[in-house]
Design a protein around this ligand. Sequence first.
Ligand SMILES: [Zn+2]
Ligand SMILES: [Zn+2]
Length: 337
Amino acid sequence: MSRRRSWLEPRPAGLYCHAGDFYIDPVRPVDRAVVTHGHADHARPGNGAVLATPETLAIAEARYGERAGRSLQPLRLGETLTIGDATLRLAPAGHVLGSAQAVIEHGGERIVVSGDYKRRRDPTCEAFEVVPCDVFVTEATFGLPVFRHPPDADEIAKLLASIQRFPERTHLLGVYALGKCQRVIRLIREAGFDQTIHLHGALQNLCKLYERFGIDMGPTAPVAGLPRSALRGKLVLCPPSAIADRWSRRMADPVTAVASGWMRVRARARQRGAELPLIISDHADWDELTRTIEEVEAPEIWVTHGREDALVHYARSIGRDARALHLVGREEDEEAA
Ligand SMILES: [Zn+2]
Ligand SMILES: [Zn+2]
């Protein structure tokens, strides 16, 4: 047993730091939580003291109100805080607005808990920072060599080409409410689409929150109250689950699309009812995962969730000591991927 296992360990409630007496992204309520980002499988309601970036705290409050935590302590990206016998710094993870890696040091050792992350450019959040460390804790949502995400711009171009080709049809695009929605809107804007984008009610609050943090969505309008004729030829964004829902019947002969890393898998695209699957992910693909494991130069790799086995095998093949933690309670990432 190496010494570091005595100050950070997986417990049923989540990863626990003895040196600072806090959990990271606990799956059940705890007294003191450090939260890496706002997705529901990482930020959960009912904790006591919650420490996170100001953006993540705002997202948690928007979702949970008073149940976001008894006390909320903001720590900006790049700032360092001493907690008990540990120091904590939050480094950007490039996943969604406010997403952070927890960089924890104690007794001359550094452990980085990366939460969820990606390496490609995202106009809605700060880029992932490579932090060299002794132990790197990584996700493996797309931890198989078959998962290689194409360039985002190519996927957005497919959507815009379809809108041009079918100007009389509604384009209905399924996007996860936190992160994917706002990133896809920014990418669409960057590609030159300046028309009004219509939003399902479940997407509006987080879009407003992103705008409060300075990320411009361009012209948007609610879908609610509009007749079928008004949505003809429009681009409408909704949660992926709404595509198969009664709600979507108000659309005029819709072209249905979904933006997710899972759209690589044809069966999933079919299951989601996506005629136009767009492979756009907020998680690292296989190349990004393996590149990151190499760049952080950590002799030890812990894999928290996802397709752990292939990544553990890869890390061992390049001489790292690697193991799967099999953390539970991360299943909602199916939607957020
Ligand atoms: Zn996430
Ligand atoms: Zn996750």
